[in-house]
Design a binder for this molecule. Structure first.
Ligand code: BEZ
Length: 210
């Protein structure tokens, strides 16, 4: 079954490099990122886990707990962590699920048999504090992900969860936002006392709230 935006992220318990993890309990009130990579001891994955480890402080600032996954076992993960520390300028500093029985991979549809029968693709699930799925991404094995983009999306998700705005193409933290169409001009005047710019009746720009 495909996991869609708005679904409750399926709960699971699985072994990880930081001990067994019960997903919902582990997240608590935090946001979560669950991401898979194809296999241990592979070059692109090594750079991805290094990149996420170096960004730990950025995820923490946003109250996001990150969990990685591949279908390799715990011993393999632990050995590979040594290579990550040696080559990436940062040690692995978030839990990596050892999904040896493919329990979580199958639950989340992370194995795409027409891409590869056994390895997971590069899936990303962002989960809100309400445990609902807010974003999904799927990249092929050959393309490493841009984790700065993931932080940018999380900034948008967290902003738009709080305020009646959406974020335009290529938006970044601090830039102007769009007032959502369901808000009337009358309500927008009350909601955004600093004013807004009506370019078209459906395209109204406002300074980033909050
Ligand atoms: C990699 O992480 O480098 C990789 C993994 C599987 C297939 C191709 C590349």
């Amino acid at each position: 079954m495909t996991i869609q935006l708005g679904d409750i992220a399926p709960d699971f318990t699985q072994d990880s490099t930081e001990g067994p993890i019960s997903f919902h309990k582990y997240l608590g009130d935090s946001w979560g990122v669950l991401f898979s990579h194809p296999a241990d001891f592979t070059p692109v994955c090594t750079t991805e886990l290094g990149a996420v480890s170096r960004l730990k402080g950025e995820f923490q600032k946003r109250n996001v707990k990150v969990i990685g996954l591949s279908v390799d076992g715990l011993e393999s993960h632990k050995k590979w962590a040594g290579d990550i520390a040696e080559t990436q300028g940062c040690a692995l500093n978030f839990p990596l699920l050892a999904d040896h029985d493919k329990k979580v991979s199958n639950l989340y549809g992370m194995i795409h048999p027409k891409a590869n029968d056994t390895m997971t693709v590069r899936s990303v699930f962002v989960v809100g504090p309400d445990k609902k799925v807010k974003l999904t991404l799927t990249y092929p094995a050959s393309t490493g992900r841009n984790f700065d983009e993931l932080l940018r999306v999380i900034d948008s998700l967290q902003l738009t969860a709080k305020h009646k705005v959406a974020t335009p193409a290529n938006w970044e933290q601090g830039q102007d936002c769009i007032i959502v169409p369901s808000v009337s001009n009358e309500d927008a005047k009350k909601m955004f006392p600093g004013g807004f710019k009506e370019i078209k009746p459906y395209l109204r720009m406002v300074k980033q709230p909050g």
